[in-house]
Design a protein around this ligand. Sequence first.
Ligand SMILES: CC(C)(COP(=O)(O)OP(=O)(O)OC[C@H]1O[C@@H](n2cnc3c(N)ncnc32)[C@H](O)[C@@H]1OP(=O)(O)O)[C@@H](O)C(=O)NCCC(=O)NCCS
Length: 215
Amino acid sequence: MKNKLLIIGASGHGKVVADIALKMNKWASIAFLDDDTSFKSSMGIEVIGKSAEAFTHINGYDIFVGIGNNSTREKIQKKLEAEGASIPSLIHPSAVIGEQVELASGTVVMAGVVVNCCTTIGKGCIINTGATIDHDNTIEDFVHISPGAHLAGTVKVGHGSWLGIGSIVSNNLNIIKACRIGAGAVVIKDITESGIYVGVPARRVSNGKDSNIGK
Ligand SMILES: CC(C)(COP(=O)(O)OP(=O)(O)OC[C@H]1O[C@@H](n2cnc3c(N)ncnc32)[C@H](O)[C@@H]1OP(=O)(O)O)[C@@H](O)C(=O)NCCC(=O)NCCS
C-alpha cells in the first residue's frame, strides 16, 4: 500500500469512491485523473491529469478505477494490473462485512451495504449503496450490484453482470456473465443466457447487444 491514492474518473461514481476513501482515512492525499479536461477539481480534490497518465504514477500512488461502466472499468484495471499497480479495495466504514468474506482488488463497497458470511466478491466490483448480499454468494469480477439490490443466500453472479437498482435475486440462483437486470426486477430462476432482463418475475427483453447501458 502507498500513502497516496489516485482515482481514475472524477464524475458521479468517482466522487462516491473518493468520499469512501476519505472516510477510510488511510491515505495522506487523494487526487483524480479524468479525460474531461474541463475538470480541474471535483469535490475539492484536484484532477492532476488524464486517465492514461495513471501509468506514470504507479510507483507513487495506489490507483483505483472509479468508473461505473463495467467493461471500461475492467479494461483499465487489467492494464493497471499488468503494469504492477497497487489497486486497493475500498469499504465504507458503515458497511457490515461478515466473517470469511473475501473481497478482491479494485472492488468498492458503499455506505450501508451488508455482505454476509462466506461470500466471495471478485475484482473490480461495485457493491452500491444499501445493497445486501447474503451468505455464500459468489460475485465474479467486474460485477455491479446497484443501490438497494438484495441477493439472497447462495447466489452466483457471473463476470461483468449488472444488477439494477432495487432488484432482487432469490436464493440458490445463478446469473450468467454479461447480464443486465433492470431496476426493480425479481429473479426467481437461473439466468443461463446473457441479455437484458426486466420485471417481476424477471424476463428476457433483449440480447443487450444494441444497448450500451451498464455494459
Ligand atoms: C433494463 C435497462 C438496462 C434496459 O435499458 P434499455 O436497454 O435502454 O431498454 P429500454 O429502455 O429500451 O426498454 C426495453 C423494454 O423493457 C422495458 N423496461 C426497461 N426497464 C425496465 C424495468 N426496469 N422494469 C420493467 N420494464 C422495463 C421498457 O419499458 C421496454 O419495454 P417495451 O419494449 O415494451 O417498450 C434499464 O431500463 C434499467 O432498468 N436500468 C436500471 C438503471 C439502474 O439501476 N441504475 C442504477 C445505477 S447505480
